[in-house]
Design a protein around this ligand. Structure first.
Ligand code: LLP
Length: 407
């Protein structure tokens, strides 16, 4: 098995396990798919940093013209650290921005604040006035559109904490118009994550376009519509045509935008990085308890929490398959919780202690959601470009973990 031009076996031997491995080429290719599919109108692909915030990946994307969708001051610091020139291509989302984060973003000169409440807009205006820097904002509207996905990552219904009721948006834009420190720059929307069909995106953007037309009639000419992120991938094995998926998505969004004359922003995260990444782990033990066979590997829920948190499916493949019939097993980690599993009752080719397995499609929300639970150092990360593999984050040491503490 390979990642780009590098064999997974040799990477695991060289860098140890657990290990995240990413293909730079696939990430760049995915960015290109969006850029090409949206080429008929002025646009900016703002990569959702939360999906995978590795500095090397941010740099890779910035060099190819990507912008960024951030949700914290910390994510902005990451972008500024590797691509200060990209500050003007940053949109700032999130329901709970602090004054300090707003100040940091104002000073950096970001493109747009995606504002999620009237009280946030009030704070933004106050900070802008204080710093004497005009704030470009979009209201993140809640379009009340249902999108089929896991309830924890669905955001576009009025029962969710996200955004401002779309019916109230017009009034808020109108009253903001009298504040000279606020500039109504866009309207934004994000209906959820891992959405597999293009239809809900079209529906949400239709509602946003209608609002944009109303705004124009009222003299508020916004420059941008931000369609958010959320385009899903296929976590199950089998053919996946990424170009076709992006094409369908772009067509639905484009049709819904209609005659909107401005710029389109999109915020894909998962789609750019998920399938470019795998988590490599070594089998520690194989044991039977009652009727069940457990394959215990050296990666755990602290390294990849998606199965535990969302009952998410990740394909698991032995890197050097052994002969023999597949067996029904649970693949689990060493953490002391029954929720620490990667697969339950899954058919897996036979494995023995010492064997290497790859957990696929782990490039998004894997390392980004990792923790030090059970005082486990987080994995190292490797980026493969062509044939060259390079360590982009060393494995944590005990000094890293114990450093901030005092007994
Ligand atoms: N924009 C906003 C405002 C968001 O909240 C998100 C994701 C994105 C863009 C990017 O969405 P994407 O294209 O990656 O679907 N941890 C979960 C996913 C959480 C998504 C949160 N927001 C998971 O592992 O499935």
């Amino acid at each position: 098995m390979h990642c780009g031009g590098a064999s997974l076996d040799s990477l695991a031997r060289r860098f140890g396990t657990p290990l995240y491995v990413y293909s730079a080429d696939q990430i760049v290719e995915r960015l290109g798919l969006f850029q090409q599919a949206l080429a008929s109108r002025e646009h900016l692909v703002c990569y959702a940093v939360k999906a995978n915030s590795a500095l090397a990946i941010l740099k890779l994307l910035a060099e190819r013209g990507a912008g960024f969708d951030i949700v914290s001051g910390g994510e902005l610091e990451r972008v500024l650290a590797v691509a200060p020139e990209a500050a003007g291509r940053v949109v700032f989302s999130g329901v709970g921005k602090t004054a300090a984060e707003i100040d940091l973003a104002l000073k950096a000169g970001i493109l747009q604040f995606n504002v999620e409440s009237e009280s946030e807009l009030k704070l933004l205006a106050a900070r802008a006035r204080r710093l004497r820097i005009r704030a470009r904002f979009a209201l993140r509207v809640n379009p009340d559109v249902f999108a089929e996905t896991h309830p924890y990552i669905s955001t576009g219904l009025s029962e969710h904490k996200f955004g401002i009721d779309i019916r109230r948006a017009l009034g808020i834009y109108k009253s903001a118009a009298s504040d000279r420190w606020l500039e109504a720059h866009g309207v934004s929307v994000h209906i959820g994550s891992q959405i597999r069909s293009a239809a809900p995106f079209g529906k949400a953007i239709e509602r946003v376009s209608r609002l944009a037309r109303q705004l124009r009639r009222e003299g508020v000419a916004i420059e941008a519509i931000d369609a958010g992120g959320g385009l899903g991938i296929d976590y199950h094995a089998g053919a996946f045509d990424a170009a076709e998926k992006v094409g369908e998505y772009a067509a639905a969004v484009e049709e819904a935008l209609g005659d909107f004359p401005g710029r389109l922003l999109v915020e894909p995260g998962r789609f750019l990085v998920a399938q470019a990444g795998a988590l490599m782990a070594r089998v520690l033990y194989v044991k039977r308890n009652g009727k069940k066979t457990f394959v215990i590997v050296d990666a755990a829920m602290n390294d990849l929490i998606r199965p535990a948190l969302y009952q998410a499916w990740h394909e698991i493949v032995p890197v050097r398959p052994r002969a023999g019939k597949p067996r029904m097993v649970d693949v689990v980690g060493p953490v002391c919780e029954s929720g620490d599993f990667f697969a339950r009752d899954r058919k897996l080719a036979p494995v023995e202690p010492g064997d290497l397995v790859a957990l696929l499609d782990a490039g998004a929300y894997g390392m980004a959601q990792s923790s030090n639970y059970n005082t486990r150092p987080r994995p190292a990360e490797v980026l493969v470009e062509g044939k060259k593999a390079r360590l982009i984050r060393r494995r944590e040491t005990m000094a890293d973990l114990l450093g901030p503490e005092q007994a």
